[in-house]
Design a protein around this ligand. Structure first.
Ligand SMILES: Cc1ncc(COP(=O)(O)O)c(C=O)c1O
Length: 405
């Protein structure tokens, strides 16, 4: 496999850089979202529903008042943290402001975690499958990743408990359990209340930090949600990570974390470029005022629920009946488990030949699993293109099954 994607090998780049480039080349070199191939691969937001007018209004207001506070060297806008704090309070999370941090996307927290927590050989536990960005980041930092399978109700806690016991026996330091309990990326599963309580008990028993990545926590179609892990936690052992990427726009790069004081302090210290600037923090706070963000989230939930329904209808109409998937109640994805004769390695070329693509399950694992799994996103494409894309994918699956290209 070549690793000269950037076309410049004058310098001896690190192992990490070479790994990243080979990963990106092998796995993510999928067609551009905007060409005639319908990509169901990525969890980008729907560009037809960006809140352009609301952002322009907020920006205009900002340019007419307190410009010095907004465009000069200045601290982040205090209104943003107040907004985040109020939103978390609605979920019975009552930590003081000093136990919060804002960051440039939740990916930044995922990147800071191994730096702050891990020495070589230390373990981070993840779900399998999980968010591919987390897999890539933890891997890059040389962390040992232990994978716990995901069932229809989220992380398999029997396996988790047995693995933690084994690792303790082996004298291995487990630094955190990274979980996406609500509309998990990529499986769309929702961890029920009893499992959440049990996960907290297990983590407390072994003295391990839980990182609750709640990127999709506001994106639910109809169900009442169980409490967040951090709201149930009585051991001060959950770091919660939230983001505006899915509910406002990924391009604003605004997210937050809250949790144990000492950990938040260290995250502040290690956030090399300092605090978020005044401009973006004020913009996000300004646009979200007076219930606007809640109304926008309601709008997104109606939108994504209807596009999810189109994708599921397409699967029922065009996929073989022996595929398996969880019907998600929220989030961005439907995750499909394919039968033995339909490996992704064969399905992907057949799909690309029919101008449709998806995310191979293998990218969502740290351990090479996922060879018969695919993630289908209903977030980016329009309902019309989702319907066409799924029909094409159905044709690709039928062709592979028939032994045709
Ligand atoms: C589970 C999960 N966590 C984090 C992220 C990254 O979010 P952000 O844009 O806040 O970095 C994503 C994006 O797809 C995600 O699915």
């Amino acid at each position: 496999m070549t690793t000269h994607m950037l076309g410049d090998d004058r310098f001896a780049y690190s192992q990490r850089v070479r790994y990243m480039e080979s990963f990106a080349e092998a796995v993510l070199d999928l067609p551009d979202e905007r060409d005639e191939t319908i990509s169901l691969a990525y969890g980008d937001a729907d560009p037809a529903h960006f809140p352009v007018a609301a952002l322009v209004g907020a920006m205009t207001h900002m340019m007419q008042s307190r410009v010095d506070d907004t465009l000069n060297y200045a601290p982040p806008d205090a209104g943003l943290l107040a907004l985040i704090h109020a939103r978390m309070s609605r979920h019975n999370v009552n930590l003081p402001l000093s136990q919060y941090i804002t960051v440039n996307g939740s990916s930044q927290i995922i990147g800071l975690l191994p730096q702050v927590l891990c020495d070589p050989g230390d373990v981070i536990i993840v779900e399998g499958p999980t968010f591919l960005g987390a897999v890539e980041t933890f891997h890059n930092f040389g962390v040992r990743i232990e994978t716990i399978p995901v069932r229809v109700d989220g992380m398999d806690l029997d396996v988790l408990e047995a693995r933690l016991a084994q690792l303790r026996n082996d004298g291995v330091a487990v630094k955190c359990i990274y979980t996406i309990p609500t509309f998990q990326n990529p499986t769309g599963t929702l961890m029920p209340l009893a499992n959440r309580r049990r996960l907290l008990t297990i983590a407390a028993t072994y003295g391990v930090l839980i990182v609750e990545d709640d990127a999709y926590g506001d994106l639910h179609f109809n169900s009442a949600l169980p409490p967040k892990l951090i709201a149930l936690d009585t051991h001060d052992s959950v770091l919660y990570v939230g983001t505006f990427s899915k509910i406002l726009a990924p391009g604003v790069r605004m997210a937050w974390a809250c949790g144990p004081k000492a950990l938040i302090q260290r995250l502040h210290r290690w956030k090399a470029e300092g605090s978020n600037g005044p401009f973006m923090t004020r913009l996000v706070a300004q646009v979200s005022r007076d219930g606007w963000l809640d109304r926008h989230i309601d709008h997104l939930n109606t939108l994504y629920a209807s596009k999810c329904a189109v994708l599921l209808a397409g699967i029922r109409a065009h996929f073989p009946s022996d595929v398996r998937y969880v019907v998600p109640q929220g989030g961005f994805f439907v995750y499909v488990y394919l039968p033995a004769d339909l490996p992704v390695a064969k399905v992907m070329p057949a799909a690309l030949a029919r101008n449709v693509s998806f995310l191979p399950g293998t990218t969502c694992y740290a351990n090479g699993e996922g060879t018969h799994e695919m993630r289908l996103s209903f977030s980016y494409q329009s309902a019309e293109r989702i319907a066409i894309g799924i029909e094409r994918l159905g044709a690709a699956l039928a062709a592979v099954r028939a032994g045709q290209p």
